[in-house]
Design a protein around this ligand. Structure first.
Ligand code: DC
Length: 229
């Protein structure tokens, strides 16, 4: 790939962003970045340090000191050198991540890191504010959505695979609470960028969404050359 390409994928929890962003990154030879995992890592550290998720001052300092790294070519995240990939996936950490992500200082630290990572290669980055705040000039922006029941069901399947226990009604409630917090916070709330393409994945398979995203990438990239296989 000659030119560095940025594909931004935003949307609510459970819309299928991670699966799709990973698959699309692989198809176009770009690096996949899961920014939610970064907020989850900060939240996990806060929980371990017994820092309340509304202590903005200490959490900002924590976010600046956190050493967050993605292992190249793998979907694994290191927090201060420790592989916390599994631990950040629990519902408790998801809720705490949504809370710490409302703190402007925490967001500043993560956005700086996200821009640094993208400096090095073409990327497919997924999160809540990638097309609006992190990369407002991204060549490709997708807003991936799905209805709440479908999203709760997908999360349930994911947790089952990982053998993490859950209650479906509680899971649905947690997703709704998290979405509401992510959409209504003052700092970089979840919203569709004006120039993003809206995609509802409720009734589509992962392969269908993947093909649609690849089609959008092809249509948006320069001269339509075979960037996307
Ligand atoms: O994508 P996820 O469910 O792993 O994200 C966990 C939380 O992190 C989510 O509830 C909101 C927050 N987040 C954010 O505020 N901005 C991002 N770019 C990514 C995630």
């Amino acid at each position: 790939m000659s030119k560095r390409l940025i594909v931004a994928i935003d949307g609510p929890a459970g819309a299928g962003k991670s699966t799709l962003a990973r698959r699309v990154a692989e198809r176009i030879g770009a690096v996949y970045i899961d920014t939610g995992a970064m907020y989850r890592a900060v939240a996990l550290w806060a929980i371990r340090q017994s820092i309340p998720t509304d202590d903005a001052h200490r959490l900002e300092a924590l976010a600046h000191h956190a050493k967050i790294e993605f292992l190249p070519g793998e979907n694994r995240l290191l927090l201060n050198g420790e592989d916390v990939s599994a631990e950040i996936r629990t519902p408790a950490v998801a809720t705490a991540a949504s809370e710490v992500a409302a703190i402007p200082g925490v967001r500043r630290a993560m956005v700086t890191l996200q821009r640094e990572i993208a400096d090095r290669s073409s990327i497919v980055m997924e999160g809540r504010d990638i097309g609006t705040i992190v990369f407002p000039d991204a060549e490709v922006k997708i807003y991936l959505d799905a209805n709440t029941d479908v999203r709760a069901q997908r999360r349930a399947e994911e947790l089952t695979t990982k053998q993490i226990p859950f209650d479906l009604d509680l899971l649905r409630q947690q997703i709704e609470d998290r979405d509401s917090r992510d959409r209504n916070r003052a700092a970089s709330p979840l919203m569709q960028a004006g120039d993003a393409t809206y995609l509802d994945s409720s009734n589509l398979s992962a392969s269908e969404v993947e093909e649609e995203i690849l089609r959008i990438i092809r249509s948006k990239t320069s001269n339509g050359k075979a960037l996307v296989p």
